[in-house]
Design a protein around this ligand. Structure first.
Ligand code: SF4
Length: 430
């Protein structure tokens, strides 16, 4: 089967080749990171049947199944579709899963915007075949600076009289050439967002060489020229509502997580299928039947009106899913454990981090990336660690340590450290 696989076609359906042995990775899009207990159980069953009993949770709130074989895909797709999940556009040149903040008072509105954007762009032939990936997010305000690293971010501002408003930021990105997004438009009414987002995508599509992100186009043509092109694309575009009257009536009542979440830590986003299955069962028995994947790669169990938080907590603790003590908040990509580009073993390092940092480390946010592509967003954590050189017989692996202390991206604090030098530097942090 592997000889006949067209990997380019697979990519737009959310699949990457993982290694020379033709193992495959499938990424499932979860709008706003939310999934029902039925969906969570279905994904856990797929991981149990085909992915060695484990799932990887991403920092955009998606789930990945690793180590798949081509001949399994048809059945996996059928089982995902049966519970309303898709991987379309989760990889390749497409609008990726719409990420968002899962905390804060406005989560019902944020979730509604994310869902509408997800439905509009997923599988939409006008917006597939983009030069490269396009990362879209809806942020609940400016904390955490997540708006700076997206191709396009909507920062939700709330209601002003009859109008619901967002700021719109574009052309950010991390990776080897981090670039902070710039403010394209402020205080935009929600019904003007879709024409603007479509306009940005069309400018990107028409003027950017294959393999380049929106930030590269901006670096080449500059902001004034980009604005001119965008004005041509959006002139006369009608307003389009992102919420219907029914959403407004029912949204707050049906949106999971609007009463907050209970967070279950998942080391480096590596989740056992059995743990997800048990969390889903408890969410049905003692919660409102919904879960989510957080940007910290943890599992969230939804609280809503009528849920007894204490009963839910006790059930999760008794199942061994919720520790009594605070835990280290650290994002981590798969690194050399599973990613062909990985230079260092991220999960091994993460285990050492907790020992070295102790309780001091738990008051800060951390991110570990296996190479300078920075998939765990090391520039957005209080401290980020990036693998920059692979170990060989004659040389040690090397790391850069980043620190974020302000409103922008984290900056290098120390560079080219050996593993021992890195751990010593971390032990010295006040
Ligand atoms: S940061 Fe590098 S090693 Fe980690 S997942 Fe991304 S590409 Fe792979």
């Amino acid at each position: 089967m592997s000889d006949t696989i067209d990997y380019r076609t697979l990519k737009i359906n959310g699949i990457y080749q993982q290694n020379a042995a033709a193992d495959l990775m499938l990424r499932v899009k979860l709008p706003a990171g939310v999934l029902s207990a039925v969906q969570a159980t279905a994904v856990a069953d797929l991981a149990g049947d085909f992915a060695g009993g484990a799932l990887h949770l991403t920092c955009r709130g998606n789930v990945e199944l690793h180590g798949l074989r081509g001949e399994q895909l048809a059945q996996i797709f059928r089982r995902l579709q049966a519970v309303g999940l898709t991987s379309r556009g989760a990889c390749g040149g497409a609008v990726r899963a719409v990420a968002c903040s899962t905390d804060g008072d406005n989560f019902d509105r944020i979730q509604l915007l994310v869902e509408r954007l997800h439905r509009h762009f997923t599988g939409n032939p006008h917006f597939e075949g983009l030069p490269k990936k396009f990362k879209l997010a809806v942020e609940n305000g400016y904390q955490g600076a997540h708006h700076l690293c997206q191709d396009l971010a909507l920062v939700y501002l709330g209601w002003e009289g009859e109008r619901e408003l967002c700021d719109l930021w574009v052309a950010g990105g991390l990776g080897r050439q981090p670039q902070e997004a710039f403010l394209l438009a402020n205080r935009v009414p929600v019904e003007r967002l879709l024409p603007l987002v479509e306009g940005v995508l069309r400018v990107y599509q028409q003027h950017t060489p294959a393999g380049k992100r929106l930030k590269h186009l901006l670096a080449e043509i500059g902001e004034p020229q980009f604005r001119t092109l965008l004005a041509k694309e959006t002139v006369g575009a009608p307003s389009l509502p992102l919420a219907s009257p029914l959403d407004d009536q029912l949204g707050a009542a049906i949106a999971p997580g609007t009463g907050g979440w209970i967070e279950l830590p998942v080391l480096a986003g590596q989740l056992a299928a059995d743990d997800l299955r048990r969390a889903a069962a408890i969410a049905v028995e003692a919660g409102d039947g919904f879960l989510a994947i957080s940007r910290e790669q943890n599992v969230l169990v939804s609280l809503s009106a009528g849920v007894d938080e204490q009963t839910l907590r006790v059930a999760l603790q008794q199942a061994g899913l919720l520790p009594a003590e605070p835990f280290l908040r650290c994002r981590a990509c798969p690194g050399s454990h599973e990613c062909p580009k990985g230079l260092v073993a991220t999960r091994d390092l993460l285990r050492q981090l907790d020992e070295v940092l102790g309780t001091r480390g738990r008051a800060r946010s951390w991110a570990v990336s296996g190479c300078p592509n920075g998939c765990s967003q090391p520039q957005l954590a209080d401290y980020g660690i990036v693998g920059v050189r692979k170990a060989t017989e004659s040389q040690e692996d090397r790391y850069d340590l980043l620190h974020r202390d302000g409103e922008g991206f984290g900056q290098p604090l120390r560079t080219g450290l050996s593993r021992d030098e890195l751990l010593a530097a971390l032990a010295e942090l006040g």
